[in-house]
Design a protein around this ligand. Sequence first.
Ligand code: A3P
Length: 320
Amino acid sequence: HGEDLEKLTNECKELLLSLPKEKGWRTPYIYKYQGFWCQPQEIQAIISFQKHFQPRDTDVILASIPKSGTTWLKALSFAIMNRKQFAISSNNHPLLASNPHDLVPFFEYKLYANKQVPDLSKLPDPRLFATHVPFSSLQDSIKKSNCRIIYICRNPFDTFISSWIFSNKLRSENVPPLALEETFKMYCKGLVGFGPFWDHMLGYWKESLEKPDKVLFLKYEDMKEDVTFYLKKIAKFLGCPFSMEEEKEGVVEGIARLCSFEKMKDLEVNKTGKSIKNFENKHLFRKGEVGDWVNYLSPSMVKQLSQLAEEKLGGSGIEF
Ligand code: A3P
């Protein structure tokens, strides 16, 4: 079955025995590690990441809960940070040949997965990484360093639908499809990878209020509405603002186009390649719209999730 417990270290197997567990979406169980839910393989990789990763002040870490626009944020940030080396209009831009997940690796799915402890010291500055780990579980060295974090979140309605459809595509053939109602109940209980979603959002949100130079908090919906505004904001946050010259030359719009949903979805690498574990890249590009949830959620589900969001996030300043 999808869990592959055999491949875990003894240390991790032992830890799992002590953790609360519930039925997972795609795996028999998900476990509550440090207050968030995840799969055994992920826990093992996260522990290794927490133990071994040495941040540098120049590092940039992209953070999100799954299905919030991670792929897009990776593409945009990569294009911004590397624009001197890779001209946006170049036919050889890496984003035309590689999926963003190959250019900006996750700590937990790539770098520290499968018992690896990579040597990241040789990577040139500034290094660009990504994670789904909640803020509270990032190691102190990251919190104390001057490395920068960009967080993207998305309204829970669309995030849920995107996750549900994605999980159904990834499930192995011998597993029955995930029923919408049951999965929705799990989501509302916080039972989703790296959830509860409200804790995930609040952790990064609070830090962004306290340390706005360290954490930039972005929303998918805002970015869909005005991507060039947010591209400038990201570039400024990262200490590499666009020059007047660049703005005049249309570099900002060029990045927006290069990273647009339509452009990326149509690339050969994103139609046929695989980047995260064994997932096909094509599943990462579904609709890329705001509000697609209206086509799936019943009025009572909408009511329930609205109330939950109000209860958990109301008054925080996070609004959708
Ligand atoms: P939908 O399933 O609603 O279409 P993540 O990258 O965190 O896995 O999030 C996936 C969601 O982002 C999917 O939403 C996907 O279609 C959308 N997406 C992927 N690439 C995008 C892009 N370049 N611009 C906007 N949205 C994008």
